[in-house]
Design a protein around this ligand. Structure first.
Ligand SMILES: [Zn+2]
Length: 292
């Protein structure tokens, strides 16, 4: 099948590139994956993706080391990879304050990620507040892992979209991103996006490996639920394309959005324009502007 010339303005809002991903061999989508900055950029180029948001993993041994790794990736990628940092609020106020001190000295950070399902806290837990205050002060989005956890040790009760509602209301000018569209609580996620102007959702991690049983039907089902969520909200301007690379191949993740039964203008917004606005990125190489 001839590959369509990809528009160069796409932004992948959910990528992981870290040496602390211990179970990558089990979760990576192909054995020959070039899991380096160079490998990622090459795959982004093949899929018309100009910028990628690199989200720090909760497995990093310390905030400082995670931050350092993210900084190095960003610098090697000459700014095409945008670092999003994280801290575990259950480690106590000293750990959180130490993280914020580090973040305050780092102007390159583009957002903060929370992993409530992995670390057993609710987003409205008072221990999270200093992190939200930081995001407010720096005008940064807060990305929150939602729904299923990759490992059975996670507790998904902490990872439901409804638990984000309270902070979305209390921090009206902080943008929140519900990662993985809240899967399997996609309708709940759509309600939050509908109700709260500061809540977004990303489409990452909805698909298993292409070799998985029923993969084609999984793609069809994911297409249906993403479309349903957008119809529920009535607009597409707070939906963000993301892959969760290396869990999903970029080509497969982009194809899911390209296949949505929506006007081309909406698919373009999801694939890049919305993320450019959220992460305050410059206009695409195509110079396309003025989304409706
Ligand atoms: Zn992820």
């Amino acid at each position: 099948m001839p590959r369509r010339k990809a528009a160069p303005s796409r932004v992948d809002t959910h990528l992981h590139l870290s040496r602390w991903w211990n179970d990558l061999p089990r979760t990576g989508y192909r054995p020959d994956l070039d899991y380096t900055v160079r490998g990622l950029l090459a795959e982004m180029d093949r899929n018309g993706i100009e910028y990628g948001v690199i989200i720090q993993l909760h497995e990093a041994p310390s905030v400082a080391e995670g931050l350092d790794e993210a900084r190095r990736s960003t610098s090697e990628a000459k700014g095409r990879l945008l670092p999003v940092t994280t801290v575990d609020p259950t480690q106590g106020p000293d750990e959180v304050h130490h993280a914020i001190e580090l973040w305050d000295r780092d102007p390159t950070i583009r957002g903060v990620k929370l992993y409530p399902g992995y670390q057993s806290f609710y987003p409205h837990d008072p221990r999270v507040e200093p992190i939200l205050e930081f995001a407010h002060r720096r005008h940064l989005p807060v990305l929150i892992h939602q729904g299923d956890t990759l490992t059975p040790g996670g507790l998904v009760k902490y990872a439901r979209p409804i638990e984000v509602d309270e902070v979305a209301v209390r921090y009206r000018d902080v943008p929140f991103v519900l990662c993985h569209l809240g899967n399997p609580w996609v309708h709940e996620a759509a309600e939050l996006v509908y109700k709260n102007e500061n809540v977004y959702a990303d489409t990452s991690g909805l698909l298993a490996h292409p070799s998985a049983p029923l993969f084609d039907r999984m793609v069809a089902q994911s297409r249906r639920v993403v479309e349903q969520a957008i119809v529920t909200v009535g607009r597409s301007d707070r939906f963000l394309y993301g892959s969760d690379w290396p869990l999903e191949e970029l080509q497969v993740a982009v194809a899911l959005i390209e296949s949505l039964d929506l006007p081309e203008a909406d698919r373009r917004k999801i694939l890049g324009e919305n993320a450019r606005r959220l992460f305050r990125l410059p206009e695409g190489k195509t110079g396309r502007s003025g989304s409706s």
